[in-house]
Design a protein around this ligand. Sequence first.
Ligand code: ZN
Length: 120
Amino acid sequence: MRKRELERLRKLLEGQREQLVGNAKRALTGDIHLDPDDFPDEMDAASSEISLAFTGRLRERERHLLAKVDQALAKIDAGEYGLCEACGEEIGIKRLEARPVAELCIDCKAEQERLERNIG
Ligand SMILES: [Zn+2]
């Protein structure tokens, strides 16, 4: 991978990281919530439960993604970024630009999804 491409992907990852950390902070201070105006009065209790469940799931998902972003950034620093974890081939710049946290090349990802479908 060219250095310029690597730097662009690092910027993408850092942007994603900032967004995730920002979201997490907002979720903690309660700025992320469902707008109460969207619900009739009798739904207030229920809607705050929905809101809690929603931010809980959001945090779970974001924590997971944040870990992946950190991992990808560490790999860039180590000079190991962009290689498939299964076969060791280059993942490909197009796939990485669409999904900078990708750990598998498109072939291995397709294979993994095929196996998951077979199990399910
Ligand atoms: Zn692969």
